[in-house]
Design a binder for this molecule. Structure first.
Ligand code: AMP
Length: 437
């Protein structure tokens, strides 16, 4: 595309609003802030680290309803809204904002079903020949137990709806599969558990791929890998994610092209067939099995903390690319360049996370600014005395870049030593797959 078109896109984009309060949103804001033409970035509600990011402030309308935030967008002449988390996407915030004339990066409620209903996503994959594990859908405990009995082997049991990453049990025994079925139908996840997906267990290394979509076209970002379990050696309970790294070397450029043809393009085409103009991130969580790659889940937004590891790899054009997607004009975007580093992200969690998170602890950060280290806040807030205190389970992530993963992780862990709060805990083995020490 021409220089002119690209600079027009840059010139228009001045004020951005990002919806969310986590590390993902802070890292997106940080990546966007590198673009010279952007004047102001608001994050709503944001967190205790929002104002540390250049050009960035929190936006907190008095009322929490969607109409209040739409009015604020109009008042502040916001050119682009980026919706970070899955819940507002599943509830239709992007629909309402587009109806009000705003330019939004994030799928409609209909598109967000890729993530908000596992049953919908599985049927969608079957319809579009996208490889995934075999499954059954069940609406009652009795029916689900009957399917399990007939199958005669442990299954993966999933609540259909959004369950903050906690609705999946990969069962080791039939007994455990039974318990997981009973637990979901007893109402543990509320309406998200009205339906249950019983899935065949598949095995293989996992990797996530991401595409930025404008409804018809897409571009693929470097792959990332996260660590969901709380404890070292991938043990303990599932969490929102304890760390990540990118680009994941498990797949190379050729594999990425193959996965784009096999999974990402059929996904976008399948959505178009359903008259869904999908603008936003398609995240495909994959398992590389002996019979080929299979999708284990879709997300309708960036993963957290994969996003924090990915953002430092994005060139300055990132803002224009996102904006072009939101306009449905990806062809007008400048080429997205990529920094050639290895990026490591380690999440520091609060005492008691994930079971019983302690809040209100003062956070001390004694880090000197370093061009290859970022601290992205998540569960933090500023108290009445201007101290930064913990306010959530995953408190912050430290991200570092290096020429190798060893260098990136050494720098990230060294930096983490200079951050402290009561009960801080993190995994020391994040990225063990790519580190030699
Ligand atoms: P999900 O929330 O669907 O991504 O599932 C959470 C985790 O459960 C995944 O990251 C996998 O490690 C595991 N998992 C999900 N589905 C399967 C499956 N069919 N077979 C084996 N493991 C699975």
């Amino acid at each position: 595309m021409s220089q002119n078109q690209s600079s027009k896109i840059l010139n228009e984009l001045k004020r951005i609003l990002i919806i969310g309060s986590g590390g993902r949103e802070n890292s997106i804001a940080w990546a966007l802030s590198k673009n010279q033409s952007i004047e102001q970035i608001y994050i709503s509600p944001g967190n205790g680290g929002t104002s540390n990011i250049e050009k960035c402030i929190c936006l907190r309308p008095k009322s929490k309803d969607d109409e209040a935030i739409i009015l604020e967008c109009k008042r502040l002449l916001i050119n682009l809204v980026i919706i970070g988390p899955e819940v507002p996407l599943a509830e239709g915030l992007a629909n309402k904002m587009r109806e009000a004339g705003l330019i939004v990066f994030g799928p409609s409620k209909e598109g967000a079903q890729l993530e908000s209903s596992k049953d919908w996503a599985k049927a969608f994959m079957k319809e579009n020949n996208i490889p995934t594990a075999n499954y059954w859908t069940s609406y009652s405990k009795e029916d689900a137990l009957e399917i399990l009995n007939r199958y005669g082997q442990p299954l993966v049991i999933k609540a259909d709806g959004l369950a903050a990453g906690k609705g999946v049990t990969v069962c080791e025994s039939i007994e455990q599969s039974r318990d997981a079925i009973k637990e979901i139908f007893s109402g543990k996840f509320g309406p998200a558990g009205n339906k249950v997906i019983l899935e065949e267990k598949i095995v293989g290394p996992e990797v996530s791929i991401f595409a930025l979509c404008d409804g018809e076209k897409l571009i693929v970002l470097p792959p990332a890998q996260d660590h969901k379990r709380l404890l070292e050696g991938d043990k303990g309970p599932n969490t929102g994610g304890m760390g990540a790294y990118a680009p994941a070397p498990l797949i190379d450029q050729k594999d990425i092209q193959d996965l784009t043809d096999l999974i990402l393009i059929p996904t976008l085409k399948g959505l178009q067939k359903k008259n869904i103009k999908y603008i936003g991130v398609i995240y495909a969580g994959l398992m590389l099995t002996s019979s080929g790659p299979k999708v284990i889940e879709y997300n309708c937004r960036f993963g957290d903390p994969e996003c924090q590891a990915l953002m430092p790899l994005m060139g300055e054009e990132f803002a224009s690319v996102i904006y072009s997607c939101a306009l449905g004009e990806l062809e007008k975007a400048p080429k997205l360049t990529r920094n050639n580093f290895c990026s490591a992200c380690i999440v520091a969690a609060a005492k008691g996370y994930p079971e019983k998170t302690q809040k209100g602890d003062q956070i001390n950060i004694n880090l000197k600014p370093h061009s290859s280290v970022q601290v992205f806040h998540a569960g933090t807030e500023i108290d009445q005395f201007d101290n930064i205190i913990t306010s959530g389970g995953r408190v912050l992530s430290v991200v570092a870049q290096g020429k190798s993963f060893d260098e990136a992780f050494d720098l990230a862990y060294d930096s983490l030593k200079k951050i402290n709060f009561d009960g801080i805990h993190f995994r020391n083995d994040i990225g063990y797959q790519v580190r030699s020490n």
